[in-house]
Design a protein around this ligand. Structure first.
Ligand code: NAI
Ligand code: MG
Length: 322
């Protein structure tokens, strides 16, 4: 069995961090077939379309996709690609590593972010010269699907972020649906108002393990957690669908350092580990994570972590550890 893996590096440092992640997957000798495709600002400029149909079709049919990052066209690329794999949950672990100077070294949590609706549904209108509106969509079905995933992921229980005291109808529906599924499955949950949760995460991140969030809240809270653990260069993510997934670092194209060869490849390599988990190669995924952890602890490290190594040095060290 040889899985087909779509590789979409994108723009900026996406092009620098994705090749090391592919090298790591290749080094595992699982016979993966890698197929490269374009998306992002550069293709937009060349062809007028940031997401060529071939790329969409490839992602929709490949077993899994390794994605880098794209620039200003991000919304026009990532949202359709999440939809191409029918992704209903964005899994975002935030973990502090020994050897990395973290604001909160005790942080080790995972956000399960609703990935298909909420305020990112794209329903915005300009009503008058003075007024613009946004429609927030929350469905029981999407909330329950997320909750089922959360119950499998965290049978020991999870926190549910919400703001149902203000958004009574939409977050009320979200909360009812998630808690309903958890009750039925016998999984314990605790509620957390998302604004207060932001503060608690800063002060006592060790009190949280798995946090289930509506779309926007998950986006913001997971970036906040990135700040607690030492920056965006370390955070992987998985856009999970029922049969396929898109795996990508949380960071963007980092125009301030793109082209200098100093981008931290760890987030992309850890995203490849999540891809391995998804495809059922859990032991390989653990090996990759162990290799990254060893390199983070002993170096070499890229400048974002206070080191002076390049992307290639870190990538080579991870391969050595493997
Ligand atoms: P960014 O994540 O690209 O950069 C934020 C800061 O973190 C910068 O100082 C950057 O140098 C640093 N950084 C990020 N990743 C790093 C890494 N691997 N190693 C070392 N340092 C790293 O976010 P920003 O600046 O807000 O956005 C830049 C562009 O990226 C925009 O055009 C935005 O639309 C796009 N973007 C794309 C995303 C995606 O493709 N999923 C996600 C976020 C932003
Ligand atoms: Mg974000």
């Amino acid at each position: 069995m040889s899985e087909e893996i779509a590789v979409v590096a994108g723009d900026g440092i996406g092009r620098e961090v994705v090749p090391p992640a592919v090298d790591v997957l290749d080094a595992l000798d699982r016979g993966f077939e890698f197929v490269e495709a374009d998306a992002g600002d550069a293709v937009l400029e060349a062809t007028g379309d940031p997401l060529p149909e071939e790329t969409y079709d490839l992602v929709a049919s490949a077993d899994a996709t390794l994605f880098g990052s794209v620039g200003e066209s991000a919304a026009d690329v990532i949202l359709p690609l999440r939809e191409a794999v029918d992704s209903f949950v964005n899994v975002r672990p935030a973990k502090a590593y020994p050897g990395v100077d973290a604001l909160r070294p005790e942080t080790d949590l995972v956000f399960l972010r609703e990935n298909s609706e909420g305020v990112y549904k794209g329903i915005e209108s300009k009503l008058t010269a003075d007024v613009s509106t946004l429609t927030r969509v929350v469905t029981t079905s999407a909330s329950e699907r997320l909750a089922e995933y959360a119950c499998d992921y965290a049978p020991e229980g999870f926190t549910v972020a919400h703001k149902a005291n203000v958004m009574r109808e939409t977050d009320g529906r979200f909360l009812d649906a998630v808690e309903g599924v958890a009750d039925e499955r016998g999984v314990e949950t605790e509620r957390a108002l998302m604004d207060a949760l932001a503060m608690h995460l800063c002060l006592r991140p060790e009190e949280y393990d798995v946090v289930v969030c509506p779309n926007l809240a998950g986006d913001v809270l997971s970036d906040l957690a990135a700040g607690l653990v030492g920056g965006l260069g370390l955070l992987p993510s998985a856009n999970v669908g029922p049969e396929r997934g898109v795996f990508e670092p949380v960071h963007g194209t980092a125009p301030d350092i793109a082209g200098e060869g100093v981008a931290n490849p760890c987030a992309a390599i850890l995203s490849a580990a999540m891809l391995l988990d998804f495809l059922g190669y859990g032991a390989d995924a653990d090996r990759v994570r162990d290799a990254v952890e060893a390199v983070l602890e002993d170096g070499p490290r890229t400048p974002d972590l206070g080191g002076d190594a390049g992307t290639d040095d870190v990538a080579a060290a991870v391969l050595d550890e493997l």
